[in-house]
Design a binder for this molecule. Structure first.
Ligand SMILES: Nc1ncnc2c1ncn2[C@@H]1O[C@H](COP(=O)(O)OP(=O)(O)OP(=O)(O)O)[C@@H](O)[C@H]1O
Length: 520
């Protein structure tokens, strides 16, 4: 069931906001009940603030019957003339209490329309013998200038976002929906005081019993000026050209509206010919939209809006008074899912690329191979830890969660491995120290040996010195004699040193000679 209806106020006390106006309407109703005729009330204000709701609750609580008509509906105008018109101008035959007449969308009627128009309505309300409540959105519409003079005008204001937020929370709690409080605050703010729009959007964005920021973002992007679901509702529910035109004042993407219409036309329209006509209209809208984009000639844009707005609205012969649960476009919910996946892919590949020193784009191509690796629980756990992935990010590779037991087991194993590693490290250090110690000892030994060697060398040198000294003390006769050169020898500039005979030399050599290290 549509939540705006399910959670509509059941009594005047449940209506949020506009409390002074509520009291004013109640005292007006009480006057009627006391038999005091009152001028009609004209409730004006933005959509979705409870004007219609309040009017109906007043009817339920103070009058015997409520008759509601739409001022812009030709069939409704006939009703006004035939039954409401009469009952509005005459007393009931049976005097069984007053009938409240509610005339909605009076700003949509045109004085030029010969079957109705503001003149007819003015006639009715001037001579009203029954309580009449009229409703309009635009207080400055020239269509209601005369009506305003004949009625008490009550201006409704937007509902505060705090009250909206509280109501949305209540609905979520009653529906057992898992909600993110920040998303509700955001939705309340962007609903711009329109409770109907807030509740409709809330119901549309529920996905898998959850309300997430992402779902809201997908709708919000297309939902800037007029809530796109309200535009959809107006096109499908109304035949009033002015209202449809106003509803088209949405900054949302026209393509999104086309998708929404395509999804919901067969939910609202029952007649096959109407459905065919409506689809023909959105097909023409689509063609013109394509032309607008291709040619950059935005005249086509205007045609696109006319086809999807007036075209679809006029495809029905009469408006349907029934409850219709509109659905968000499946195209966009699919897009929302793929947007979610794209974001996931981007986050994961960025994390992995930092570790692997490769580009995220390249990694994207390898995801299927990683998925195969992720099939094994322990490998999946190790990869998750290594790349520092979150549980949600692991979902990119495998749908099953990594069992908690695997994590505990791997942690224990890792701790054991760490201990083993530390032990090995300690042993290696110990060995290294021992080796260093041994090397030191060897070095000391070599140093000692060398020192001994040096010492013995020094000793040898001392002995040699002694020998040399001894040799210095040898007999002068050992020195070879230098003969005086003859005159002719001097002339030849040659000096002949007379050598001793070898035999004699041998005899003159020292008797013993010590061998030193240097002789080797
Ligand atoms: N003041 C409110 N208190 C509680 N619920 C509200 C209030 N206003 C709107 N709603 C919810 O929104 C639904 C639509 O409100 P309603 O039709 O009364 O708005 P409206 O002001 O008449 O809008 P419109 O001008 O478009 O007809 C209600 O059924 C109810 O669920």
């Amino acid at each position: 069931m549509k939540w705006v209806e399910k959670y509509a106020p059941k009594s005047l006390g449940d209506v949020l906001g506009n409390t002074k106006l509520k009291a004013q309407i109640e005292s007006w109703a009480k006057e009627w009940v006391r038999g005091e005729s009152q001028p009609p009330l004209l409730l004006v204000g933005p959509p979705g603030v409870g004007k219609t709701t309040m009017a109906h609750l007043v009817g339920d609580e103070y009058f015997s019957e409520t008759i509601e008509v739409n001022a812009s509906d030709k069939r409704s105008y006939d009703i006004i003339k035939r039954s409401v018109g009469e009952s509005a101008q005459t007393q009931s035959l049976f005097q069984d209490g007053k009938k409240l007449i509610i005339i909605d969308e009076v700003d949509g009627i045109s004085g030029r329309d010969d079957r109705g128009g503001s003149r007819a309505i003015n006639e009715i309300i001037k001579n009203a013998k029954q309580p009449v409540i009229l409703m309009a959105n635009d207080p400055y519409s020239k269509n209601i200038a005369t009506i305003k003079r004949n009625a008490t005008v009550l201006k409704f204001t937007k509902i505060r976002s705090n009250s909206l937020n509280a109501q949305l929370k209540r609905i979520c709690q009653k529906e057992g929906i898992d909600y993110d409080p920040d998303t509700l605050v955001k939705l309340s703010k962007q609903s711009n005081g329109d409770l109907r729009s807030a509740i409709t959007t809330l119901q549309a964005i529920v996905d898998d019993n959850k309300i997430t920021q992402e779902n809201l973002d997908v709708v919000s992007e297309k939902n800037i000026k007029q809530n796109v679901f309200d535009t959809l509702r107006t096109i499908l529910k109304s035949k009033n050209p002015e209202h449809v035109k106003d509803a088209m004042n949405t900054d949302g993407e026209p393509q999104f509206l086309i998708e929404l219409l395509a999804e919901n036309i067969p939910r609202e329209y029952e007649n096959v010919a109407e459905i065919a006509r409506a689809y023909e209209m959105i097909s023409l809208a689509d063609v013109n939209l394509g032309r607008a984009f291709r040619t950059q000639d935005y005249t086509y844009w205007k045609y696109a809006f006319l086809f999807m707005g007036r075209g679809v609205a006029d495809a029905k012969a009469e408006t349907y008074k029934k409850f219709v649960p509109y659905k968000n476009s499946t195209v966009y919910s699919r897009l929302s899912k793929s947007k979610k996946n794209r974001n996931l892919m981007r986050d994961v590949t960025q994390k992995m690329s930092r570790k692997l020193h490769t580009s995220p784009k390249q990694l994207e191509a390898h995801i299927p191979y990683y998925s195969v690796l992720f099939e094994d629980n322990e490998v999946a756990y190790d990869l998750k830890e290594y790349f520092k992935l979150t549980d949600d990010e692991v979902k990119l590779f495998r749908s099953r969660k990594i069992p908690a037991s695997v994590g505990k087991k791997r942690e224990k194993e890792l701790q054991k491995q760490q201990k083993e590693h530390e032990k090995q490290l300690q042993e290696r250090l110990k060995k290294q120290k021992e080796q260093e110690k041994l090397a030191k000892l060897n070095l000391q030994e070599t140093i000692d040996e060398k020192e001994d060697e040096i010492k013995s060398n020094e000793k040898a040198i001392d002995t040699e010195d002694e020998i040399i000294e001894d040799q210095n003390l040898l007999d002068i006769s050992d020195i070879p004699t230098i003969k005086k050169p003859k005159e002719e020898e001097i002339k030849n500039e040659t000096v002949v040193i007379e050598e001793e005979p070898e035999e004699e030399k041998k005899d003159k050599k020292p008797k013993s000679k010590q061998t030193t290290l240097f002789d080797f």
